[in-house]
Design a protein around this ligand. Structure first.
Ligand code: UT7
Length: 328
């Protein structure tokens, strides 16, 4: 029998109904549709309703996976959630989601790696399948970015949106599923993309509550430069390591931060446009949510055995690529 791999056997996504378009943003900050679209590729993004939390996204994602597979909540062994916008600082969103979705036999935890959160979480979930510990692991990547965005800051509010998705991982002995992963980080990049206050460095107090430090800060140009180089480098590295040519790759599922970063990565990989999954125009940058949202939207277009490269870059800095053979 061949080695057990972790195969993605179902995927589901969720975005809230409320749309925030570029034209809506024109009324809120000094910006315009043309600038946003040409610089980022974004036309609109989705926003959670008041009171709609990350765990609510997670429950909808899990319900979708259970419905598609005919599994019951108690069949799930483990839940890993990549997110930076859990319901609370503690307990974890995974704890809350397991309770709300009735995953009585599962345990889980959150993983904080910003835009690379889904890739990091997928790598962890994969390990528990490969080593035989579990048979059914759900991995979610999702964020409620509107909970930490300042809608007076045009440097950030035009980019981010709310949403996410998740996958079911199961053992496979036909060589399908996750083949390889390369994950990286460089904490020296933290100064360029972070939430400055609200952590243990500077807890929120009456005095600093109005400082805007509890919102996402991003020095866009610097992050852009690192993203373009590192996302492309790691995508090419995983191709070379696995002897993959551009012809061998059916799809690139790239983190949706900026269309220019996506294009640069695809071009370094030698991929034609028709192999790039893109939905940034509709959803913007949903942080850990972008890659599972792509897999959900492109689910019907992927075929069993397709070679797919997932690639991301984000706050931390964190980045990486995962090579998957689609299993259904
Ligand atoms: O998801 C994880 C990691 N994040 C990323 O990968 C995001 C990386 N960064 C980016 O995508 C881009 O840097 C942004 C989209 C955030 C910004 O685009 P940019 O091309 O880097 O613009 P910039 O900040 O260099 O600003 C260019 C000009 C400036 O005006 P001047 O100095 O040239 O007169 C800005 O003041 O555009 C101005 N500007 C805006 N104008 C209209 C900046 N933001 C806006 C805005 N609307 N929202």
């Amino acid at each position: 029998m061949s080695k057990t791999t972790a195969a993605i056997t179902a995927v589901h996504g969720y975005v809230p109904d409320r749309v925030l378009s570029n034209h809506d943003l024109e009324k809120m900050v000094d910006t315009n549709d043309e600038w946003i679209f040409t610089r980022t590729g974004i036309k609109e993004r989705r926003l959670a309703d008041a009171g709609e939390a990350l765990s609510d996204f997670g429950v909808k994602i899990i319900e979708g996976i259970l419905e598609k597979t005919g599994l019951k909540p108690e069949d799930i062994d483990m839940l890993v959630v990549g997110t930076i916008t859990a319901d609370y600082r503690f307990p974890s969103a995974a704890n809350v989601i397991c309770d709300k979705a009735g995953l009585k036999n599962a345990w889980g935890f959150d993983l904080s790696a910003a835009c690379s959160g889904f890739l990091y979480a997928l790598d962890i979930g994969k390990t528990y399948i490969e080593n035989g510990t579990y048979k059914k692991v759900i991995v979610i990547g999702a964020d409620v970015m509107s909970s930490i965005i300042n809608y007076k800051d045009r440097a950030t509010c035009i980019i981010f949106g709310d949403g996410g998705g998740g996958v079911l991982l199961e053992p496979n002995n036909d060589g399908l599923g996750i083949q390889d992963s390369i994950l990286k980080s460089d904490g020296a990049g933290r100064q360029f993309l972070l939430q400055k206050i609200g952590g243990s460095v500077e807890p929120i107090t009456k005095e600093n509550a109005e400082s805007d430090g509890q919102y996402v800060f991003q020095e866009g140009k610097t992050v852009f430069k690192h993203a373009v180089k590192n996302m492309a480098d790691v995508a090419v590295e995983i191709m070379e390591k696995n002897d993959l040519t551009a012809d061998d790759i059916a799809w690139l599922a790239p983190h949706q931060a900026n269309l220019r970063i996506i294009d640069a990565t695809a071009s370094r990989m030698g991929l034609n446009n028709d192999k790039i999954m893109i939905n940034i125009e509709k959803f913007g940058n949903t942080t850990a949510g972008t890659i599972p949202l792509l897999l959900w939207e492109y689910e019907k277009k992927m075929k069993k055995g397709d070679n797919i490269v997932l690639a991301a870059f984000g706050g931390g800095f964190t980045w990486g690529a995962i090579y998957v053979k689609w299993a259904y």
